[in-house]
Each structure stands twice: as structure tokens, then as C-alpha cells.
Ligand binder design. Structure first.
Ligand code: HEM
Length: 511
């Protein structure tokens, strides 16, 4: 049936004579791309996969496999600290080069980040225009310092470790992947939307899923902008509805907060209030309601999943390395006894080994998997003796950086010791990126990571369930270290089978 249509159609095309010019054009185009890539391109001297020189589609298609980590590590092995990953895209993995690129506003974020604009407004994460970025930092900077963070700590402890503890009394099997996700969503969305979602308490994933779908909506429309418009928008109707709901929740939160403060209620110390109060000292400009909606949503996205996943990997690594866990447990139980809830300041002051475990887990598995592209200024830059012209997209590879053989000894070994009293290790740590666009929420995230990890280790004895036999300290990966759970990496590195792999038994210690 199909052939009865296709054969005459080909006949018509050949008759009309389209095939020959079309094929000739295609052939000439490919020859041009090959000649350009090999003999003309200013990036021709850099190593890299041949196909990547010809078309950006090569990297996009590979990225769709969810194997970003393996691909990045294999590229780093083959090509080293600097290589080509697209006709106009260079990837770097050397810490000094990364500091030069990330350290200054001269290398703005690339247009890839446009997909993260919310309601057509740039925000703290997606900002590409240098003037906008500097202004937003002036508006919000004071709310990410230690003083404001200390005022938010009570809420962070309540949504985080206290809620987790309520969920794990007695001797029970828990799923830390799910619990950390709900707790960090409650924490960040509680702060950014100014309301209690109680997701962990009620085992309720609805807001998490809404935010995820809303993010997906932005991501898909970023790649295929036509989907924003009728009739193509039907293809993403469900995601668009979810996005609309999240925006309504944000809008409602802002209006509610403005009216309660106008009615004399005290201003809570949270991110929503910070966005409402934020004012640029230079221009006196404040954020519009639409911009606050965008920030509330984007901070929730940027903050919740990376924190949850980092906690998940910390726990997984501690479970697979009992000797390291024992040392961490010993540290916290020696320093703090009884019912004392370990605060951020406590952990910073008295728990260097647990802090080292957190940093090392982030180094080994940097959960933000993407390469964070930046654009070179018109003057270009010389890296590793290669001149990279202006307008080139330079991507800083978190995987190449964190496994760089020139910097890290035994890069695939989970070895917290390397962060103890070692300024060099800390300087070469890029878990929260670096420089002018470093993670805005890194102190807040460290507060969550340290208070949750240290209080769990202090208050609970942990073990793997008896039927958990597919992974464990004695099951090794190809490098000879305990094999970690399977994962998939698009934007972030997520376990593929949370229900199977993130189970542990917890039993409460008597105080
Ligand atoms: C363990 C948890 C976290 C990790 C590993 C992490 C990691 C990162 C990384 C690697 C970047 C840089 C992306 C780039 O260079 O383009 C980033 C940016 C950002 N993060 Fe985080 N993050 C975490 C938690 C948070 C939290 C809790 C918040 C907010 C409450 C947050 C808000 C942001 C924002 C707004 C940016 C954009 C900063 C800018 O471009 O100027 N992050 N984060």
C-alpha cells in the first residue's frame, strides 16, 4: 500500500528533476563543512571528534542518550584539557582555564540559557545580559550573606532535618532518595514561595511534579520555540497547564505576602521576602511581580533537585564505604551528644571530616551535569596555547574538572581525606561552579547538606537492608572502587532506580 504511493512519488520527483540539484547542493554543503572544519575554522588545531566539527547536532544527539558523564569522561581521556565539541564550541577541563573563564563578566552565559527565562524575563539563573546580571546581583546579593542565611536557618532546619527525623523513628527501612527530594523541595519552595508545602510530611509529590513539568515545558519550548504558539502548543498542553499552575501559585504567594505585610504582620526572613524587598542601590530599581514569580520558580528549580541529589549521593557513598562512615559517625557523636541539633555553625566549626565527605561526594559526582556554556568576548582568549576567537562558546566540563589527572590523585576514589587541611583541593573544587556566576545558593545548600548529613549520622544507626545485595562495599566498578548505583545524566545526575537503590535501614539511637 505504502509502496504504491512512494514509488510514483519518487518517479514524479525524479521526473521534475529535483533530486539531482538537491543532492548536488547537499554534496557541496558537506564538502564546504568538511573543508571549513579541516582547513579554515579557527578551532581546527584543537583535538576533538570529527563529526562534532561538522555539526552541533552531533553533541545534541549524544546528549539525548542521558550518558553525559560517560561521554565527557571518555572525551577528556581522549582529547585532554581542551577540545572541540561543536563547530563553534570548545570544552575545557583545566581548573586554571576554568577560573579565567568563570571569574569575570567578560564571558557571559550563552544563549542556551534563554530557555530558562520565565514569562519572557531573564532571571538570576538565565541572565545573559551583563547589565541585567550585575543589577540582579546588586539587588539580591545581601540576602545570600551569612547574616540573612542565619535568619533563614530555623526554617531550613524545620523543613529539612527535623522533618526527616519525624519520618524515621524506630527501626525502619526508608528511601533516602525520596525523602531528601521532598525535604529539599519543602525547604527551597517554602523559602521561595513563602508557604508550607508539607510534601515530606504528607508524602505528597504534587508540587515537585508540577515544578518538574513546568521546567520540562520551558526546556522543550527552548529547543522547539514553535511549541509556544497555536496550534503546535497542543503538543505540550499538559506541561503548559502545569507551568501555568506554578505561576499562579507564585503570583498568589506574592500577593498574599504583600497584603499581610501591609496589614502589619512581621516580614519573615525568606527568599520571597528577599525578592520583594530587593532594591538595586545604584538605580533604586526593584523587581516587578512577574520577575519575582520567575525568581521564586527558578530558585526552586536551581535549588531543590541539586541539593536532594547531592544528599542522595553523599548517603549512597557513605553506605558503600563503611570505614569512612564510621569515622564520620565517630566525629559527630564525639562532638555532640544527647538531643543537641547540630547547626550549620556547629558543623562548620567542629565537623571537618563530615564537611570533607560532603565536598568529596560533590567532587566525585558533580550533580549539575551540564557544561555551563559561556561566550568569549570579541578579543578572544588563548588557552593551552590555542587561540579561541571571540563569539566561541566555551563549556566548562564539571566531569573533566573534577577528575582532572593533573589535579586529583586517584580521581575515581572516594577519599574525603583529600579535603582535610588542603587549600589546593578547595581551590580546585568546582561543585558550585566559580566566580561571578557561582551558585547563588551555595551557602544555603551547604547548610542543608551539613545539617542533614551530620544530624542523621549522629542520631541514627544505618545499615543496608538484608535483600540489598546488588551493590555494596565489596561489589567493585572497573576502577576497583565500590560500584555506585546506576544513573542517568541530562541536566543533573539522577539515580535511575531510586526505589531499588536508595533503601536503607535506620534505627534511632537513644540520646
Ligand atoms: C548541592 C546543591 C547545589 C549544587 C550542587 C548547585 C550547583 C550549581 C552550579 C554548578 C551552578 C552554576 C551553573 C553555571 O555555571 O551556569 C549553580 C548556579 C545557581 N544556583 Fe546552585 N547548586 C545547588 C544549590 C542551590 C540552591 C539551594 C540554590 C538557591 C536557593 C541555588 C541557586 C542557584 C542559582 C540562582 C544559580 C545561578 C547563578 C548565576 O548564574 O549567577 N543553587 N548552582
Amino acid at each position: 500500500m505504502l509502496s504504491s504511493i512512494i514509488v510514483p512519488l519518487i518517479g514524479v520527483i525524479v521526473d521534475v528533476g529535483w533530486i539531482t540539484p538537491f543532492l548536488s547542493f547537499l554534496f557541496l554543503f558537506i564538502v564546504y563543512r568538511v573543508v571549513y572544519a579541516l582547513y579554515i575554522s579557527p578551532l581546527r588545531h584543537l583535538p576533538g571528534p570529527f563529526l562534532a566539527r561538522l555539526t552541533g547536532a552531533y553533541s545534541i544527539i549524544l546528549g539525548l542518550t542521558g550518558r553525559l558523564v560517560e561521554i565527557a569522561l571518555s572525551d577528556y581521556d581522549k582529547y585532554g584539557d581542551i577540545y572541540v565539541r561543536g563547530p563553534n564550541n570548545v570544552v575545557i577541563s583545566n581548573p586554571s582555564d576554568a577560573r579565567r573563564i568563570l571569574g569575570t563578566h567578560s564571558f557571559p552565559k550563552s544563549d542556551h540559557f534563554k530557555a530558562m527565562d520565565v514569562l519572557n524575563e531573564q532571571n538570576s539563573l538565565s541572565g545573559r545580559d551583563i547589565g541585567f546580571v550585575k543589577m540582579r546581583k546588586r539587588q539580591t546579593g545581601q540576602y545570600f550573606n551569612s547574616a540573612y542565611l542565619a535568619r533563614m536557618e530555623e526554617a531550613i532546619l524545620t523543613y529539612g532535618i527535623r522533618a526527616i527525623k519525624e519520618n524515621g523513628n524506630g527501626t525502619v527501612e526508608i528511601n533516602y532518595g525520596n525523602d531528601f527530594l521532598l525535604a529539599t523541595f519543602d525547604t527551597i519552595s517554602g523559602l521561595a514561595f513563602g508557604r508550607k508545602f508539607n510534601s515530606l510530611k504528607n508524602d505528597d509529590y504534587s508540587f515537585c511534579y508540577q515544578a518538574r513539568d513546568a521546567n520540562l515545558f520551558l526546556g522543550i519550548c527552548g529547543v522547539l520555540p514553535l511549541l509556544k504558539y497555536y496550534p503546535f502548543s497542543f503538543g505540550v498542553q499538559r506541561l503548559r497547564t502545569q507551568f501555568g499552575r506554578v505561576m499562579e501559585i507564585a503570583d498568589g504567594s506574592i500577593k498574599h505576602r504583600r497584603s499581610s505585610v501591609a496589614n502589619g504582620e512581621a516580614k519573615p526572613a525568606d527568599l520571597l521576602q528577599a525578592f520583594i524587598d530587593a532594591e538595586d542601590p545604584k538605580s533604586k530599581i526593584r523587581m516587578s511581580n512577574v520577575q519575582i514569580q520567575g525568581e521564586s520558580f527558578m530558585f526552586t528549580l536551581a535549588g531543590a533537585a541539586p541539593s536532594a541529589l547531592t544528599l542522595t549521593w553523599i548517603m549512597q557513598l557513605l553506605m558503600l564505604h563503611p570505614e569512612i562512615r564510621a569515622r564520620a559517625v565517630d566525629e559527630v557523636r564525639t562532638q555532640f551528644t544527647g538531643d543537641h541539633l547540630v547547626s550549620f555553625a556547629d558543623a562548620r566549626k567542629s565537623l571537618p571530616y563530615i564537611e570533607a565527605c560532603v565536598l568529596e561526594a560533590q567532587r566525585l559526582i558533580p550533580v549539575v551535569a551540564t557544561r555551563n556554556p559561556r561566550v568569549t568576548p570579541p578579543s578572544g582568549i588563548t588557552l593551552q596555547n590555542h587561540f579561541i576567537p571571540g563569539g566561541t562558546v566555551i563549556s566548562v566540563c564539571p566531569h573533566g574538572l573534577s577528575k582532572n589527572k593533573g589535579v586529583w590523585k586517584d580521581p575515581f576514589k572516594f577519599d574525603p581525606e583529600r579535603f582535610l587541611d588542603n587549600e589546593d583541593a578547595r581551590r580546585n573544587f568546582f561543585g558550585f561552579s566559580y566566580g561571578v556566576r557561582t551558585c547563588t545558593g551555595k551557602q544555603l545548600a551547604m547548610m542543608e547538606l551539613l545539617t542533614i548529613t551530620s544530624n542523621i549520622l549522629k542520631d541514627y544507626d544505618l545499615s543496608l537492608p538484608s535483600d540489598y545485595t546488588h551493590l555494596g562495599p565489596d561489589i567493585k566498578d572497573k576502577n576497583g572502587y565500590p560500584k555506585v548505583m546506576d544513573y542517568i545524566a541530562y541536566m543533573v545526575i539522577s539515580p535511575t532506580n531510586v526505589d531499588r537503590d536508595c533503601r536503607i535501614n535506620v534505627s534511632k539511637r537513644s540520646p
